[in-house]
Design a protein around this ligand. Structure first.
Ligand code: ADP
Ligand code: ZN
Length: 730
């Protein structure tokens, strides 16, 4: 779209609907006309839906017979670059526009901004009876001298429940007022001084600041071990962006990391940024959606879908922990937030910072190819050094079959906690035991709906399917042969490991960090804070401990099964395992105390284990890149997965086979199709899944060919087909 156009007759409207609608509909412009990009309400069948005025109506319609736009919503029109972004993401991921629009406008929906809403500011005298919570509210308001906040915002900033604020209103210390429309977010002070940067950090910060000052698109891979100051450096870029009056977005892979980050931003810029993730209320999300569009949310911190906020002038996107797999959306629109951040920035002359201790091979390769700038922070801040990495050769350790902590690891843990230091034992398996087997008949308990085993969770006293979430009580008798009391756990999960640790170190204070053990982000944060403050001697955790948390007392990391994840046919297995082991090992050691990471392994000669032990990261990436190049897979070739699901395996295979036979459109561009084969998990939630893989050379535009190929068939009955460009596992 070039200059916005005014319409007073027919207009093509992109409508927001769940119906499979692959084109735009033409409506008669509303009374008085409207601008391109306007959000409107239109009739669709018997319903009213939201839409966006996209372009001139198709010709050949009798304007008088067209249905008319009902009204124009009181929202800032969609900007041309946002429309271009949605079009490009839709084209890339083969997603029809209605579904893209849902992603971009779920928050405002068909609602108008509130005409009036309640806001809270400092009132009169402070009451005589003050609790800690009340004092925090008053102090927060005093800090912001005269500013007003919404109830949830003030509660979040003061760390109190909303009832505390209501109580203060009752006493007059806080004033409740009606305010027209939305409140803008507090201003952040871009000139507030940051920390004094070290040499490396200062150089990196200057490069990023210069990029922002140039006002053009550019992507930088900011690589540095945990604790090297990446956050400190990209906050400088945020400051530069804010100083130019543009908006900044910081994406984090996990909600649990948000509150630590908010506190840090507040300490640096004097106010909290806006938050966007599943834990934020719909009211608050609506406000942020509108304020982002008016340029009144200077900094947004959020989950991947924040990329689809209608920023008025986005100048910087930071993708922290850019290698993290949760950036790939696995439901609905299958997009990679990391890649789409780069696209979005390129459309708005913005800078991108991809930060990681262990970059994805994609980003590493883009930096090698000169598409991304690369900045390395080589040292940890202060005197801290990377931990020493050592293997424990499990072939020679004396260990009974139902124990997982080798004598060598046990001794190391004992020595650390005796000195008052913290140890982390890492095992990437939730629950008590991955398999439950009947010792009478050999039956393994599986899920009724999935091709997966049920996992015993002893804290819950239940069996849980990690695919579909189905749970049932732990039975006494074997579901197959009905033998009583013969069910036995096989293999370790974190809960079972915790049991072993409790037996070995009865005096130690244990903390188990596993995502299923926390009901809320707040409970999880409390646990993380407790560990960081030294409130545990031994931490036992799944992969969630690998993500960005700072544990200053931690000096030893023990990896229970370094080989886990290396098996299987997934071509990304080596990359993922390497990243995970580096991330976990990187938790050990801080400024005063050098860290040690011990890897229990049966495969000392495996390239991943050797690279971890030697610390030769570049060597690992080069070897991995050579293998991918030879196989012609991403990032050196194009790959798409097509997953077909149906209530019977036969129906899924029928469509799969038909597609495989009709591969003309693919052959025309030199692409090959493999399969159909059962998907990696062949049955989920009662639906059978088969998969085809399409491989093409890097320079092939694969989407049009895929569209033509898939478009030859219409899935019948309950058969569903979805295309995943750049699948995570292949
Ligand atoms: P990363 O993001 O690479 O893990 P951080 O930016 O979180 O690293 O830095 C790790 C810790 O070191 C933080 O507590 C941070 O405040 C501190 N730090 C980093 N650089 C400096 C500096 N130049 N001056 C003071 N403290 C620093
Ligand atoms: Zn299941």
């Amino acid at each position: 779209m070039a200059e916005p156009v005014f319409f007073d007759q027919g207009a093509r409207v992109a409508v927001l609907t769940t119906q499979p609608l692959d084109r735009m509909l033409t409506y008669r412009a509303p009374e008085g006309g409207c601008w391109q990009g306007a959000f409107v309400e239109v009739p669709l069948g018997p319903r009213k839906v939201m839409g966006v005025i996209w372009g001139p109506g198709e010709t050949g319609f009798d304007a008088a017979k067209l249905r008319a736009v009902i009204r124009v919503l009181d929202l800032a029109p969609m900007r041309p670059e946002m429309a271009a972004f949605l079009t490009r993401v839709g084209d890339y991921t083969l997603t029809p526009m209605p579904q893209m629009l849902r992603l971009a406008t779920r928050a405002p929906g068909l609602t108008d901004p509130p005409s009036m809403q309640k806001v809270y500011r400092r009132g009169g005298e402070v009451p005589a009876r003050m609790t800690d919570a009340r004092r925090r509210v008053i102090e927060t308001l005093d800090d912001y001298g005269g500013l007003a906040f919404t109830l949830s915002e003030l509660a979040g900033m003061a760390g109190v429940s909303t009832s505390v604020i209501k109580g203060l209103v009752g006493q007059g210390a806080v004033r409740e007022e009606e305010s027209p429309r939305d409140l803008p977010y507090p201003r952040l002070d871009p000139d507030a001084p940051g920390k004094t940067l070290t040499g490396d950090q200062a150089v990196a910060a200057k490069v990023l600041r210069d990029g922002i000052a140039a006002g053009v698109y550019g992507t930088t891979l900011l690589r540095g071990v945990t604790g090297s100051g990446k956050t400190e450096v990209y906050l400088e870029a945020v400051a530069a962006c804010l100083a130019r009056g543009r908006q900044a977005l910081v994406l984090l892979p996990e909600i649990a990391l948000t509150s630590e980050f908010l506190t840090r931003v507040e300490a640096r810029f004097g106010a909290r940024p806006a938050e966007w993730h599943s834990g934020v209320t719909m009211t608050e999300r609506r406000r942020l959606w509108r304020m982002a569009g008016e340029g009144a949310a200077p900094l947004v911190v959020g989950a991947r879908s924040a990329l689809f906020l209608p920023f008025r002038d986005l100048g910087l996107v930071v993708v922290d922990e850019e290698h993290d797999q949760s950036y790939k959306q696995e439901d609905g629109v299958l997009y990679s937030a990391r890649d789409m951040a780069v696209l979005r920035a390129s459309l708005t002359d913005a800078q991108v910072v991809l930060a990681s201790a262990t970059p994805s091979l994609e980003s590493w390769a883009n930096a090698e190819a000169g598409k991304y700038r690369r900045l390395d922070l080589t040292a940890r801040f202060g005197a801290a050094v990377m931990p020493e990495m050592r293997a424990i050769d499990m072939r020679v350790e004396d260990l009974p079959g139902d124990r997982w902590i080798s004598p060598t690891l046990q001794a190391a843990v004992g020595a650390r906690i005796a000195k008052g230091e913290q140890a982390l034992l890492f095992l990437n398996r939730r629950g008590y035991a991955p398999v439950t087997i009947c010792r009478a008949c050999g039956h393994q308990i599986g899920c009724d709906h999935c091709d997966a085993r049920m996992v015993e969770h002893r804290f819950l006293k239940r069996l849980v399917c990690h695919q579909c979430g189905e749970t049932r009580p732990m039975p006494d008798a074997c579901p197959s042969c009905e033998a009583e009391g013969r069910l036995a756990p096989v293999g370790p999960g974190v809960e079972r490991l915790a049991e072993e640790v409790a037996g070995l170190f009865p005096e130690a204070r244990l903390a188990v960090l596993s995502s299923d053990l926390f009901g809320s982000a707040r409970a999880l944060k409390e646990m993380i804070d407790r560990i960081a403050a030294g409130g545990a001697d031994i931490v036992i955790g799944t992969q969630m401990v690998a993500k960005g948390h700072n544990f200053p007392h931690l000096t030893l990391v023990g990896v229970i099964d370094a080989d886990l994840g290396l098996q299987g046919s997934d071509l990304r297995a080596a990359e993922k395992t390497f990243q995970l082991l580096r991330q976990v090992a990187g938790r050990a050691g801080r400024v005063e105390t050098p860290g040690l990471a011990l890897m229990q392994t049966f495969q000392l000669e495996h390239p991943v284990i050797r690279a971890i032990l030697s610390g030769d990261e570049e060597g690992f990436w080069r070897a991995e890149a050579a293998e991918r190049k030879a196989a012609g897979v991403p990032p050196y070739g194009r790959l798409a997965g097509v997953v077909i699901s149906a209530s019977t395996a036969e129906a899924a295979f029928d469509l799969g086979n038909a597609l495989a036979r009709a591969d003309g459109p693919l052959r025309q561009v030199g692409a090959q199709v493999y399969g159909p084969a059962p998907a990696p998990i062949a049955r989920v939630r009662g639906r059978h899944r088969v998969r085809l893989l399409v491989k093409a050379a890097k320079d092939v535009a694969i989407q049009p060919a895929l569209r033509a190929w898939v478009g030859q068939f219409t899935p019948k009955g309950d058969t569903r087909l979805s295309v995943d460009i750049d699948p995570q596992s292949f």
